[in-house]
Design a protein around this ligand. Structure first.
Ligand SMILES: [Ca+2]
Ligand SMILES: [Ca+2]
Ligand SMILES: [Ca+2]
Length: 397
């Protein structure tokens, strides 16, 4: 009996200790005392330094006389290696506390590249340049095709990969964080050009792709699902733009009898079946200019799908006879939408929005995804398909 009593008391006191410890932790989190800054912080240039304080109240981070943040966690990035004097002021319940430190920004040991450093995913939709740009050879796997995309896109001498029709995408990254400074921050290269005979001077071969950006906030070297944001281009808030548009493409039977159309360029008007989440379906046409399969031959699936933001069709038949199709460029915020020399091919990270369309303030970005934003066949010109031919950091020196 005695033994059992002791045991009971033992358990009871453990429980009490547990409850007290638990209470204590809750108090710590609610009224956590900020213990001040380190004497100094060190970070390579073009990397984000995060200094969380968990402090509440009116918080001001400044360098000399410039306020750089009002958040409880400072996220700081510099393009140059230098030392910054850092001041943190916290006003809480009438008490003002001031902390001083410095940020030592060092230069990276092996030099960074301003261009794409890594391609993480390459998954094009169907299209007339699929299996061609980049080239598919018998036996190639998805991994081989990713390798081809890397060869095309990494570094300064990059060239185009085609993303096919709506949804087809590529994901790439940089070897440093592209900082979100004042104005536009990075450029995506494409093969768009304006047509000499186009009535609208900013029309021609313009095939806008949606741009998404990821800031590697948890610093694990990967773009996690909750780190992606869409760049809200000029069409984002318009009611002609369809969010969460989904499309499925079905693998064609390449040996079936073709259904030629009335136009001489139409080899098979019932070539690749597609359906979307709005109840529409149809076929992609095979044309005389491209005879290879338009379905990625490295995919074994009988169908595959994409979801994203769909822009209003931008191509129209200017001639009225089907001979001259032109694509109208959108004002800003898309890939392969204007010539590479045009300011509209430059992107501001401040245009990033979350899933609810609310602007987010990112210190910089590490990864970019581009996908074709149009689901349209432009006569003999074929499907509207975004090409990506490289990208670079506009701030990099
Ligand atoms: Ca910016
Ligand atoms: Ca991450
Ligand atoms: Ca293009």
């Amino acid at each position: 009996m005695k033994y059992i009593n002791y045991l009971k008391i033992g358990i009871l006191s453990c429980l009490l200790v547990g409850v007290v410890a638990c209470k204590h932790n809750e108090m710590d989190e609610e009224d956590s005392v900020f213990n001040g800054l380190e004497d100094s912080y060190e970070i390579d240039r073009l990397n984000v330094l995060s200094i969380p304080t968990h402090a509440s109240g009116d918080i001001t981070w400044s360098i000399n006389d410039s306020i750089i943040s009002k958040n409880s966690e400072l996220e700081f990035i510099s393009a140059t290696s230098t030392v910054y004097p850092l001041t943190l002021k916290i006003i809480n319940k009438g008490n003002e506390s001031i902390y001083h430190s410095k940020i030592i920004v060092t230069k990276e040991l092996s030099p960074y590249s301003k261009y794409i450093a890594e391609v993480l995913e390459f998954r094009p939709a169907v299209g007339q340049f699929i299996n061609d740009t980049p080239l598919f050879e018998t036996g190639n796997t998805a991994a081989d095709m990713l390798q081809r995309a890397k060869k095309s896109l990494i570094g300064p001498n990059s060239y185009a990969v085609s993303l096919g029709g709506f949804g087809g995408y590529v994901v790439f990254g940089f070897d440093h964080t592209i900082p979100n400074f004042e104005g536009r921050d990075f450029k995506i290269l494409g093969n768009a050009f304006f047509g000499n005979a186009a009535n609208d001077p900013r029309s021609g071969n313009c095939e806008p792709g949606i741009i998404m950006v990821a800031y590697d906030k948890n610093k694990n070297g990967k773009p996690d699902d909750n780190e992606w944001y869409e760049i809200a281009g000029s069409e984002y808030f318009k009611n002609t733009t369809i969010k969460n548009y989904s499309i499925t493409y079905f693998k064609p039977n390449e040996s079936k009898s073709p259904v030629p159309g009335n136009e001489g360029w139409q080899i098979d008007t019932e070539y690749i079946k597609w359906q979307d989440n709005l109840g529409n379906n149809g076929f992609k046409t095979k044309n005389i200019f491209h005879s290879q399969s338009y379905y990625p031959l490295w995919l074994s699936e009988a169908s595959y799908s994409f979801t994203g933001t769909r822009l209003k069709n931008n191509y129209y038949d200017q001639s009225g006879t089907g001979s001259y199709w032109v694509g109208k460029s959108y004002e800003f915020g898309y890939a392969d939408n204007v010539p590479n020399t045009d300011e509209a091919s430059n992107i501001d990270i401040s245009w990033a929005v979350d899933r609810n369309g609310k602007y987010v303030r990112l210190p910089g970005i590490d990864f970019v995804k581009v996908y074709t934003g149009i689901n349209q066949e432009a006569g003999w010109v074929g499907e509207v398909s975004t090409e990506v031919a490289g990208a670079y950091d506009l701030h990099f020196k």
